[in-house]
Design a protein around this ligand. Structure first.
Ligand SMILES: Nc1ncnc2c1ncn2[C@@H]1O[C@H](COP(=O)(O)OP(=O)(O)OP(=O)(O)O)[C@@H](O)[C@H]1O
Length: 243
């Protein structure tokens, strides 16, 4: 399978401290990759570098064959790189459906948005809300959603922006067991069609969704493999226990 995302020798230096240090890995189109590692390993910083929130001090990031290493964040979003942060950024006073329309407008422009507002919910948005189980709640204010539902709305908003690569930072943090289970089902339904990189500490969740796991330590790749391989890897055990 051809790589959709290629990271080569990536580095970021925060005042002399290399949070990401000669990092190289690639992700195939439609693959779901879990990024694991002890606290401070550089997982969130790696997502920041891929989405353009942080600029690297060395190395290269290529997405669909295009060098995006120093592209500003909004241009990467246009290329199809979508980032979901730990704190959801939905509009609490708008309904679920209106949030989706705002997200879609970031792709289609203001006039198209006004047309959408004037019409009933259109096909693509309806389909996306059905995929994350929020279609029945389309007229509900986002402020009234549960924590899990708010996270799913944000994922749906990334899908409405036509994100091809979804970067998820601890998506199940604060979720109930049932919400975590549903999130695993959503991710399993999205992979194949969307490429997903997920940073997650919940190993139960990782076991349910991960096809491949990359473990970071001190800003570099410590190990790569299936979840079974990673769980029996001696270097990984030392990195976690040593922390
Ligand atoms: N803007 C910054 N300036 C200075 N140091 C930073 C900055 N951002 C992150 N760091 C440091 O870089 C290291 C990696 O941080 P990062 O948040 O990427 O780790 P992580 O693997 O996501 O950890 P966690 O699992 O605890 O979220 C940490 O030591 C952190 O303190």
């Amino acid at each position: 399978m051809a790589s959709q995302l290629e990271i080569t020798g990536l580095q970021v230096d925060f005042g002399g401290f290399k949070a990401v240090n000669n990092l190289s890995f690639s992700v195939a189109r439609g693959e779901l990759l879990c990024l694991l590692g002890p606290n401070g390993a550089g997982k969130s910083t790696t997502l920041d570098l891929i989405c353009g929130k942080t600029m690297p001090t060395g190395g290269r990031i290529a997405f669909e064959g295009e060098d995006i290493t120093f592209l500003p964040e909004y241009k990467r979003a246009r290329c199809g790189v979508g980032r979901k942060f730990q704190v959801p950024s939905v509009f609490k006073e708008l309904t679920v459906g209106e949030n989706m329309e705002v997200a879609r407008s970031q792709r289609s422009g203001l006039m198209a948005t006004l047309r959408i507002f004037a019409s009933d919910m259109n096909g693509p948005i309806k389909g996306i809300l059905q995929r994350v189980g929020l279609f029945e709640l389309r007229k509900e204010k986002a402020a009234n959603l549960s924590h899990g539902q708010t996270q799913w709305l944000e994922i749906a908003m990334l899908l409405a922006q036509n994100s091809k690569l979804l970067l998820m930072d601890e998506p199940t943090a604060g979720m109930t067991i049932q919400e975590t289970q549903k999130t695993a089902e959503i991710f399993n339904a999205l992979k194949g069609e969307h490429t997903i990189i997920v940073v997650e500490h919940d190993m139960q969740f990782v076991r349910k969704v991960a096809e491949r796991v990359t473990v970071l330590n001190q800003g570099s790749v410590l190990a790569e493999g299936s979840i079974a391989e990673i769980e029996t890897n001696a270097a990984v055990k030392i990195a976690y226990l040593g922390h």
